[in-house]
Each structure stands twice: as C-alpha cells, then as structure tokens.
Design a protein around this ligand. Structure first.
Ligand code: NI
Length: 254
C-alpha cells in the first residue's frame, strides 16, 4: 500500500479524466492520498475532492506565492475547513525565495500565521520551502512547529539541514527529483536520512519522475519513486512502501 502525501488532483489538468487517473493510481497501489491546497480556492476544492472520493484527505492553506492578498477573515475560513474530518493538514505553506514574490516580509507574516493556525487546530504542516532553508527553519522553530510536526515537501536542501528539520519533528518529502539525472543532492539526502523519517509524494500534476519526465504527473507513478528510494537504501521496494505508508499514518492520524 502506497501513501501519496502530496498531490493536486483538483488541478484543471485532471478535468478531462480525473476519475480514470485516480483509478489508475489506486490500481498501482495507492491507498491514501493527501490532496494539497495552495490558495483559498484550492483549499475549498481540496475539501470538496476529499468529500467526494474515498481514500482522499485534504490539506488547506496558502502557498507563499499566493499570500499577497490574505486577510484574517481567510484564516477564519481555513479554521472552519479544518473542522471537517477529511482535513488532515495545513499546507502547503512556507517561503519561496526562488520566485521571491510577494515581499519576503509578507511571505514570513503569513507563514508564521498559518503555523499558529495549525497549532490552534492541531494539524500537521506541509511545508513548501525554496532557497529559504535558514528562514524556514528559524520560523518553524520559533513557531513551536514541533508541537504538530509535518512534511518538508519536495525537499531540496542538504543532509545537515534534513537532520535539523527531523529534530523538529518533520518528515522529508521525496518525489520525482530522486529519479532525475540532476537529482544527486536529493539521493544523498535519501541515503543519509533514516527510512522512518521519509514519506513519498508526486506533487502531481507537476514534477513527473523518469521515465515520464516532462509529461503530466500523476500518483500512479509513485512506484518509480519508491523503486529509486529502495535502490539507494538497498532495500526491497515493498519495505519502502510499507515504512513510508506507516510514517504518513503516524503523522496524519489515518
Ligand atoms: Ni504542491
């Protein structure tokens, strides 16, 4: 059984064949999906998707690039969604200094505020962090994020940083990059980090693993990611599947 910890099945690219794509993922072994929100509107659509499809849970939250126009009333709306039993995480939230918009102060403000929200509603975090390792760590630590824990989604930093995030109660989210030719840094992290701190994710429709790189990604490709991790760890894929599944259950509660 595979636990998909990060997908966006509400994305418009799935409009023509959503049912079929979900079926294919289930056939490839996926038994649980976290549909991750990145804005107020995708928070709403993630909740709706989790209501509609068995196996699905939702996160609600606003990505750093989408936070320019947020207000306190939006936080109330997210807190309301969080009461739904299908909502299992707050995310994806964080910092993105690669695109670097909106201003870092605005990104930080809403990152802090949504960590506070996660602690209020007692749900784990799904963190998006790009070119912002130190600030992400400092804000999580200062915000007492270890009380709820979470996932460092699409992890792109060093092994040393991974140790620090793990000490803060976080799991390392490993996706298609582990299969890429230029994915050496992530493969080193996977080698370094204990398997009981790794979860798998696709970030579909983005980031398709080899051999499907460049195409629309879908959760049905998770076995390629699991095989890559198994190769690095020198373990059977079934063990990687089981351990990462149990890790996610521990974090999300189901
Ligand atoms: Ni994502």
């Amino acid at each position: 059984m595979i636990y998909e910890t990060h997908t966006h099945f509400d994305d418009a690219s799935f409009d023509p064949d959503r049912e079929e794509a979900i079926e294919k993922a289930v056939s490839s072994g996926v038994k649980r999906f976290i549909n991750v929100a990145s804005s107020m509107s995708t928070s709403r659509s993630s909740v709706a998707l989790a209501e509609k499809y068995p196996y699905f849970l939702a996160s609600v939250g606003v990505h750093p690039e989408e936070c320019a126009d947020l207000s306190e009333s939006d936080m109330d709306i997210l807190a309301g969604y969080a009461k739904n039993e299908n909502v299992s995480a707050i995310g994806e939230i964080g910092l993105d200094y690669y695109w670097d918009e909106p201003d870092r102060d605005i990104q930080k403000k809403w990152f802090r505020r949504q960590i506070e929200l996660a602690r209020d509603v007692n749900l784990p975090l799904i963190i998006h962090s790009r070119d912002a390792a130190a600030d992400t760590y400092d804000i999580l630590a200062a915000g007492k994020a270890e009380e709820v824990g979470g996932i460092m989604h699409c992890y792109s930093y060093s092994s040393q940083m991974a140790d620090k995030f793990i000490d803060l109660g976080f799991y390392i989210g490993v996706g298609g990059v582990v299969t890429f030719k230029n994915g050496k840094k992530l493969r080193e992290v996977v080698e370094h980090v204990p398997l009981d701190r790794i979860v798998v994710e696709t970030d579909s429709p983005y980031m398709a693993p080899v051999p499907n790189r460049g195409k629309r990604n879908s959760s049905e490709y998770l076995p390629y990611i699991i095989e890559a991790i198994a190769g690095i760890k020198g373990l059977p894929p079934e063990e990687v599947e089981t351990v990462t599944y149990n890790n996610a259950v521990k974090l999300f509660g189901k």
